[in-house]
Design a protein around this ligand. Sequence first.
Ligand code: SF4
Ligand code: SF4
Length: 290
Amino acid sequence: MKRVKINKIIKFSNVDGPGNRMSIFFQGCNYNCLYCHNPETINICNNCALCVEGCPVGALKLVDSKVLWDEKVCIECDHCIELCDRNSTPKTRDVSIEELVEEIKKVSKFIRGITVSGGEATLYYEFITKLFVEVKKLGLTTFVDTNGGVDLSKERYRKFLEVTDKFMLDVKVWDGNTHKYLVENENKNVIKNLKFLGESGKLYEVRTVIVPKILDNMETVDKVSEIIGDINSKNKVENIMYKIIKYRKIGVRKEILKKELLNIETPTDEDLKEILEVLEKNRVEKFIII
Ligand code: SF4
Ligand code: SF4
């Protein structure tokens, strides 16, 4: 895997792990979440060219059956993303490790580390392993933001884990059937990763989005916080953070909102009172509600 598709790079981010970090978003995901807030990262573009004519400034061209995007001409109106009917975008870049390292070097003095995200970054674990070896040489920390869909305890991920300082894991819902309905994939690996990464001291943060009405949020928070509280109580290093995120419909796909299913309001602080009680019961001291 010499080159991979990336969706974007945020040079300075303070929401993707500790300190100031460069975040690299890979294109392509193994989940298809109903409430995905960046659905254009789910699939790789199939060059159907549906979006090309819709570009108001001619930044897209079909050349030899491939859709090419001219970053310099693009005005970031995102009309192409609205036109795309397969949750993709023509606005990706094929990058090599060497090219990424050069970009990282330019800002390395101003950041604490690199976070890879997506899409789903673990799908590119071989590429990221090599990238992180180089990132470590620059004295930077390495974080992975993941949906937990692949079993990271497998031997093939050993080197990847060695060069990754910490993971940030989404646990969307505890019940397996609801998880399948929500993301079109089961959650056995997610729960396995929660325990495995936690007990290995590799887990920085766990995140759950609170979606009223359609998810059993209390069950998820109870089960997850029980595991986090248990690991934290035995842990001699840094405690795992539990980030509780209130569902927001801004950014959710229009076709999903049309189905009314997720056309629901953001939970209030009052709605989350019971969640706070559960966190306290399960001895989770390090948490944030956003
Ligand atoms: S985001 Fe860029 S490429 Fe897409 S339609 Fe707008 S100008 Fe064209
Ligand atoms: S971004 Fe979507 S609409 Fe545009 S060429 Fe790719 S798959 Fe087709």
